[in-house]
Design a protein around this ligand. Structure first.
Ligand SMILES: Nc1ncnc2c1ncn2[C@@H]1O[C@H](COP(=O)(O)OP(=O)(O)O)[C@@H](O)[C@H]1O
Ligand SMILES: [Mg+2]
Length: 372
């Protein structure tokens, strides 16, 4: 009789989370303003990761709540509740998971939903945990069903049932595991099953960063990288970073290259503008494809409504690319509306292209705070 699982998780699972998973068009899209990490970017990212809660910029609510959860548990001498980190890519979920372990002074064991194909893999990891350790499951909404069901019992009772043998003779052996803290991260908390979501004692909802907080992120990164960053240069990069620290750090690195090659190394306002023009990132953080979509919508379809597949043909892309890569940010930036009859350009989109909007464009003549 051999248990269905085997092997040490240390080496096998250690590097898994850094891989690219085929999670859709958005993850494969290569743009300077993609919120997903590029393959060569991991080392840069780990050197820029904040190491403690006090170094973590922004997200004041999440930080305060998490601090209470961690301090409360430390005071009681027990591992804290399981924590779910929920939010779009690039906002600091992986960084926070590592910070949780660091603040607790405990090791972190890292894996990801897609890496846990077999429940046995998970059982091996869980049974190797020492008391109070942190297990981090990235992209936890992509965990396979059998592993997910094993997780229920592990999270609730610190127990796993290991199936030994095959066929009619198979028996299930309950196995105690050490009390631990599970940290899950997800970009799609809606895709999590109810039972799994319910087993997290605390959920942190990550929000997009303000321009002021992004400036802090950029200044901190510049200090670590030894970049001569001027205040107006920092503000310019922050404004084009789509509320996302990962993008802010990437744009900083691109602007630094430009500053070193084409200027004297200082990141000034002029240098930032010139560099980001080379990379086709405009002043609102739109890339070439974003602008092509807006131009097609406005220029070829009078601002819409138009169906997404027609729009995709007009820009020579797959509909899923337009839908998953471009639209989320265009909608968030208030430039595109999704209506039952199709996509519509808002007045802000017309304005961004330097055109005056027709009177029926959404947002046209919208009252401002100061109108009477
Ligand atoms: N609050 C923050 N303060 C400073 N840097 C941050 C913060 N959040 C994210 N970053 C930076 O952004 C990069 C991506 O963050 P990460 O934690 O990998 O995001 P996620 O896991 O949500 O995709 C990190 O390398 C880190 O340098
Ligand atoms: Mg991550």
């Amino acid at each position: 009789m051999t248990p269905e699982f085997g092997g040490e998780f240390g080496g096998e699972f250690g590097g898994e989370f850094g891989q690219d998973f085929d999670g859709g068009a958005a993850e494969d899209w290569d743009s300077p303003v993609s919120a997903h990490a590029e393959p060569g970017e991991r080392d840069d990212e780990s050197s820029l990761r904040p190491k403690s809660l006090s170094e973590f910029v922004g997200q004041p609510r999440v930080r305060e709540q998490l601090e209470l959860v961690l301090k409360g548990a430390t005071g009681r001498g027990a591992p804290p509740d399981h924590v779910l980190l929920s939010g779009p890519p690039g906002l600091g979920k992986t960084s926070l998971a590592m910070i949780i372990a660091a603040e607790l002074g405990r090791p972190i064991r890292i894996t990801s939903g897609p890496a846990l194909e077999r429940a046995g893999d998970l059982a091996a990891m869980l049974s190797n945990l020492a008391e109070g350790e942190v297990m981090f499951i990235d992209e936890i909404h992509r965990i396979a069903r059998p592993a997910e069901e094993m997780l229920y019992l592990a999270m609730e009772d610190f127990r796993v049932d290991v199936v030994v043998g095959k066929g009619p003779g198979a028996t299930s052996i309950p196995l105690e595991i050490a009390p631990f803290t599970l940290v899950g991260a997800t970009t799609r908390s809606g895709a999590l099953t109810g039972p799994l979501r319910d087993r997290f004692g605390f959920t942190a909802h990550m929000e997009f960063y303000t321009a002021a907080d992004l400036e802090k992120v950029i200044r901190r990164s510049a200090a670590i990288l030894g970049v001569d960053l001027r205040p107006d240069g920092a503000a310019e990069i922050a404004g084009r970073s789509r509320g996302t620290p990962r993008i802010a750090n990437r744009l900083l690195r691109r602007v630094r290259d430009y500053a070193e090659v084409r200027a004297d190394g200082a990141v000034t306002l002029e240098v930032a503008k010139a560099a980001l023009a080379v990379y086709d990132v405009d002043d609102l953080g739109l890339d070439r494809l974003d602008r092509a979509v807006l131009r097609a919508l406005v220029g070829s379809f009078g601002g819409g409504p138009v169906g997404v597949s027609t729009l995709a043909v007009a820009v020579g892309e797959e509909p899923t690319t337009v839908e998953e890569v471009c639209e989320p940010y265009l909608v968030r930036a208030g430039m595109l509306a999704r209506t039952p009859r199709g996509r519509v350009a808002t007045a802000a989109a017309w304005a961004h292209l330097g055109l005056s909007a027709p009177v029926d464009a959404p947002g046209h003549g919208a009252p401002t705070l100061f109108d009477e």
